[in-house]
Design a protein around this ligand. Structure first.
Ligand code: EPU
Length: 418
């Protein structure tokens, strides 16, 4: 199994380009199930979760072409199978995103239940409630969600009990082909939801309010093909900026969207980074200084994202002072803390908070990645630590970071896959 070997202690300096957003590309790939015409998706990142989704669509009978620049063309005219099997859903929970589109276009979908997850329970009750509100019948049989609809789904006024990103996306996709109007209340406002809505609109959907808590969709009888370019990945962008901050370096990310990162950039500034924004690029410059610890509280967009919590824990581990991290989205997202403690971090977990007492230095150690963002945080900690760190189980990182070692090498990091 691949590992990453990192020798830390060097300030990272340089410029890299942001990849396309994983969490946009995944629902947009699923949206190809809503039409019998070809959907062309550009700026798709080269990631394991993308390959898994492409495999899932391929098994259902989709025709897929991918060119050298990772533009993906999908045609789902010949779909013959409406099943998302356990072996794929198990490795990628986002497979649940095929539920809404399959149900809306074909009136049936069998999606394996995702099961346990390293970052918490992550149930699917809200996806079920939302689709039932459009008239679907959903049962659980043999570990599968079996969703059926007699005729077209029916538009409805639905309020999510809690904000859910993929739940909002599933309902949004299903509603595009439903009869009449659907109103989604307490919708997720993440830029990835807006990107999906923009793609659906290009396919002929009638959507208003994406990016706000109330989205209104006028159902149409059919959608058509389109070309859509996926937005830049804000979490990837922020993770590489964090690599600059944690090593007291200076990192520029090009081809990104600074407006998606407001809450994160404020925290980098509080840490002492000098942030410069120019059109589509962001520079974080520590001017050689050690970062200052900050308090972080995660919440739905536009609040501070849970997907950056672990990376900020890594910075707090070596920062000046004490920082308190409060995780409000997932109940078990502190696995990285135990690994960082093995590198010398002083951190104490109490329910959903971690108090970090910044140390002058961390020391390299063998560590184990437990989920995608936890792995990223361990790589960051290793970049700042003295000596060698081996990060095991890096298949997690390949789910969400395209060419991570090449990009970090471009910034001057001593990192190799072994
Ligand atoms: N929840 C329920 N019931 C549901 C759905 C969600 O109780 O039916 C709860 C979850 O357990 C969680 C909260 O609602 O406590 C929010 O979860 P959400 O549904 O928003 O998460 P998600 O849609 O499964 C997406 C991202 C995650 C990201 C979260 C939160 C994708 C493919 N995944 O997950 O990304 O952490 O939103 O922003 O968009 C990652 O990229 O590393 C990642 C985990």
């Amino acid at each position: 199994m691949d590992k990453l070997r990192i020798i830390g202690g060097k300030p990272l300096i340089g410029k890299i380009r942001a990849s396309g957003a994983k969490n946009s590309a995944l629902p947009i790939l699923a949206a190809s199930l809503l039409t019998d015409q070809t959907l062309r998706i550009c700026n798709v990142p080269h990631l394991r979760d993308i390959t898994t989704t492409v495999e899932l669509l391929g098994r259902m009978g989709a025709d897929i072409e991918i060119d050298a620049r990772l533009n993906v063309e999908i045609n789902t005219k010949n779909i013959k199978d409406y099943v998302a099997p356990y072996e794929l859903v198990r490795t990628m929970r986002a497979s649940i995103l095929v539920l809404g589109p399959l149900l809306a276009r074909f009136g049936q979908a069998d999606v394996s239940l995702p099961g346990g997850c390293a970052i918490g329970l992550r149930p699917v009750n809200l996806h079920i409630a939302a689709l039932e509100a459009l008239g679907a019948t959903i049962t659980i049989e043999n570990g599968f969600l079996k969703a059926r609809s007699k005729g077209r789904l029916k538009g409805n006024d639905f309020t999510f009990e809690n904000i859910t990103v993929t739940g909002t996306e599933n309902l949004l996709m299903a509603a595009t082909l439903a009869e009449g109007t659907t109103i989604i209340r307490n919708a997720a406002c993440e830029p990835e939801v807006v990107d999906l809505a923009n793609c659906l609109t290009a396919m002929g959907a009638k959507i208003e309010g994406a990016g706000t808590p109330v989205i209104e969709i006028q159902g149409v009888v059919s959608l058509y093909g389109a070309t859509h370019r996926v937005i830049p990945d804000r979490i990837e962008t922020a993770t590489y900026l964090a690599a600059g901050v944690i090593t007291s370096g200076k990192v520029t990310i090009r081809d990104t969207r600074p407006d998606f990162l407001t809450a994160i950039l404020e925290k980098f500034t509080d840490m002492g980074a000098h942030i410069t924004i120019e059109d589509d690029s962001i520079t974080a410059d520590m001017q050689g200084r050690r970062p200052k610890a900050v308090d972080i509280t995660t919440g739905p967009y536009p609040e501070f994202p849970t997907d950056m919590q672990a990376q900020f824990a890594a910075i707090n581990a070596i920062a000046q002072g004490r920082g308190i991290i409060t995780e409000n989205i997932f109940e078990n997202r502190f696995m990285h803390v135990l690994e960082m403690q093995r590198m010398g971090a002083q951190m104490h977990i109490d329910k959903n908070t971690v108090t970090c007492f910044g140390q002058d230095k961390l020391s390299g150690a063998p560590v184990m990645a437990t989920d995608l963002r936890a792995s990223a945080s361990l790589v960051l900690a290793a970049l700042a630590a003295h000596g060698e760190t081996i990060v095991h189980r890096i298949y997690h990182i390949d789910r969400g970071y395209e060419c991570i070692e090449e990009k970090l090498q471009q910034l001057g990091a001593d990192i190799h896959r072994v």
